[in-house]
Each structure stands twice: as C-alpha cells, then as structure tokens.
Design a protein around this ligand. Structure first.
Ligand code: SAM
Ligand code: SF4
Ligand code: FES
Length: 349
C-alpha cells in the first residue's frame, strides 16, 4: 500500500521515468510486446442516468440525442472485423427498456453470426439486471466494462444523484463475473473531493475484485454538468492531472501484471501523445473510435474530446502509427483476451 502511494506521490522526473520503464517492462515480460485494438462504437447518447460529471447525462437538454440503427452498428462492427481489430466495444448511455435490450441482443447475435464468432464483443451499457446481463452473454457478448468510477462510497455519492447506488454497481460487477464475462472496471482520476488515498484504494479494489480489464482516465470537466467548476484538490494543473493518470496506469500494472489496461482517449484530450505515453507507462490496449462522424460530436462526455471530426479509417491509420512510435507491436486479428481471465478459466477446469 505504501509502495502504491509512493508511486502516486513521486515528483522527481527521473524517478517517474524509472517507474514508467519498470511498468512497461513488467507488461512486456508478462504479456509480450502486443498492443490490442478495440473498435469503439458509441451507439447512443440517450441516457436515463444523471451522473454529475457526464456531458450526456439525462438533464443536459442541450444534447442532440441519437440512437444508431441496427444496420449502422453492425456495419461499424464489420469495419472493425475486416480491418483486423479482433474486438469491439459497444458503448452507450444507460437504458433498460425492452426495446433497447432487444436491440443489443439482436446486434450481438448478428455480429457473431456474420463474423463466425471471430470478433470479441465488449459491452459498456451501464447497470442492468442479472437477467439482462445473462441474456446478452447468451447472445454472444464476451466482455463487460462497468467503471466503479471511485471505490470510495462517500465520494461516489458526491458525484452521483441520490438514486444512483454504489452497492448496486458492486452487485453488477459481481453478477457479471459470475455469469462468465471478462470484467472490466475503472475510475476517473482528478475528481473533486478525491484524495491520493482514494486512488491507492482504487488499485486495491481492482485487485480485490480480481478484475480482468481496466479503463481509467482523467476526469475532464464539462461545462453543462454539476461538477463543473468544483474545486479539485488532488492536482494543481492539467499537466499534473496527466502525469497522475499515467502514474495510476503504471502503479496498477506493477500490482496487476496480468490484466489488460487501456490507454484511454481522455489521456489524449490532455496531451497530443497521451495514449502513446499511456502505452509507455504499462497500458496494452487502445480503443480507436469507429463511430460515424455524424454522431461523434453528440457523444461529448467531456469537453475537448479528440477525433470528433475524424472518420473511422483516419483513427485506425492514426492509431497504428501511434502504437508503432512506442516500439510495441499492433496485434492484428488477435482478440487479446485478458491473461487474468484466461488463468481464472484454467483454474476452474
Ligand atoms: N453509460 C455507461 C456507463 O456509465 O457505464 C457507459 C458510457 S459512460 C459515458 C463511460 C464512462 O465515461 C463512464 O464510466 C465515465 O467514467 C466516463 N466519463 C463520463 N464523463 C466523464 C468526464 N467528464 N471525464 C472523464 N470521463 C468521463
Ligand atoms: Fe449516463 Fe454513463 Fe454518462 Fe452516467 S456516465 S450519465 S450512465 S452515459
Ligand atoms: Fe482519431 Fe488519431 S485516433 S485521428
């Protein structure tokens, strides 16, 4: 625990460089040089929740809402498949109405049929009932991403309305694991009221929950949300926030060598080379946006989100070059299952 805290508090530039090298070495020795691609499809910004940090929260009436059509979602998945991505992430605002549940089930079934189950499907669709998770798993979804956002329950309560429940999130993560998904979670770094001890506990939480995948990144304000302008004590500049986010990646890699860790887009919002630096600090996954530019500008979780005018092909070419800059290898046509998950499955048999 002290070791994690020391990493997060380190201020000497040479020492920080050394920590990033150490994390990247651990990643290479455990998982090799591969970096996996996940094609991100932001299929809808319609959301029934009202998280205080998120630009597409229900109460933000200035958002133009959209839902991609079934064939648009499937053609994005086929783009990823043909380009050799190995896996996709279907992400959206949270909805649990019958029409939405059915759309997801159908889309997952059709993508699996069209790709002969050669494309791993990750869902990132928020809190759902155990039955729904089971139904989507049976349709062929393999992985699920649900960030805990913060493992400090009282901080969780400060960044969500009273009807959003921390324990429900834990129950969802537990249910996903029991059903057999590869389970991903994550937190935001640099939240109002957050402390270094919270971040240390976040890493211990990932370990305790035996999670397989991690998507964490900096909190970036959105002016049409309640958290906008709230005092942030944990960092004193964007540069500091960026560096702390990289230190979180490195510290997590050192504690959990087997998991998949994404270098998230939010890193790139703070630094043009943000995702490359994430890879150099121990991450092994990049999630290029493959949604159509028609929709990208309406999926603004935070301001200054990168790539909102780019085509899927532009992001693909760009990401390949960026990964090559890190000296790592783009793992084409590889589904990149989490080693932590593979080991857990082995232990069960
Ligand atoms: N609705 C689903 C959910 O909440 O799990 C999936 C989509 S949600 C937009 C995906 C993630 O975006 C959230 O888990 C949250 O961590 C992140 N996010 C939202 N607003 C953000 C912000 N202002 N800065 C950084 N990340 C943000
Ligand atoms: Fe909705 Fe997810 Fe944004 Fe919360 S974080 S408001 S659930 S899209
Ligand atoms: Fe979208 Fe670089 S990743 S243009």
């Amino acid at each position: 625990m002290d070791h994690i805290k020391n990493i997060l508090l380190e201020s000497d530039a040479n020492q920080i460089r050394h920590i990033f090298h150490q994390a990247k070495d651990i990643k290479q020795n455990t998982l090799g040089h591969d970096v996996y691609l996940r094609g991100l499809v932001e299929l809808s910004n319609i959301c029934t929740k009202d998280c205080y940090y998120c630009g597409i929260r229900r109460s933000n009436t200035s958002v133009k809402r959209y839902l991609m059509a079934e064939d648009e979602i499937i053609s994005s998945a086929m783009f990823a498949f043909e380009k050799g991505f190995g896996s996709i992430v279907l992400q959206s605002g949270e909805r649990s109405d019958t029409k939405f549940l059915h759309l997801i089930e159908t889309v997952v079934e059709k993508i699996n049929y069209l790709t002969s189950r050669q494309l791993r499907i990750t869902l990132s669709l928020g809190e759902q009932s155990k039955d729904t998770y089971q139904r989507w798993f049976d349709a062929g979804a393999d992985r699920y991403l649900l960030r805990i956002e913060t493992s400090n329950e009282s901080l969780y309560n400060k960044i969500h309305p009273a009807n959003h429940c921390y324990n429900e999130r834990i129950n969802c993560l537990t249910a996903l694991k029991m059903i057999g998904y590869q389970v991903g979670t994550g937190v935001m770094i640099g939240l109002p009221y957050q402390t270094i001890n919270d971040l240390v506990n976040d890493i211990l939480f990932f370990k305790e929950m035996d999670i397989d995948m991690l998507g964490m990144g900096p909190f970036i304000e959105h002016s049409q949300t309640p958290l906008f302008g709230q005092p942030i004590d944990i960092v004193n500049s964007r540069l500091h926030l960026f560096e702390l986010s990289l230190k979180m990646i490195a510290a997590t890699r050192i504690v959990l060598p087997n998991i998949n860790i994404a270098a998230t887009t939010a890193l790139q919002a703070l630094d043009p080379l943000g995702r490359e630096k994430g890879i150099n600090a121990g991450a092994n996954v990049i999630m290029p946006n493959i949604s159509s530019p028609i929709y990208r500008k309406d999926y603004l979780l935070y301001e200054e989100k990168p790539c909102i005018n780019d085509l899927a092909d532009d992001c693909f070419d760009c990401v390949i070059k960026r990964i090559e800059l890190t000296g790592e290898k783009v793992a084409m046509f590889s589904n990149g299952d989490s080693l932590n998950f593979v080991n857990r499955q082995r232990r069960k048999t």
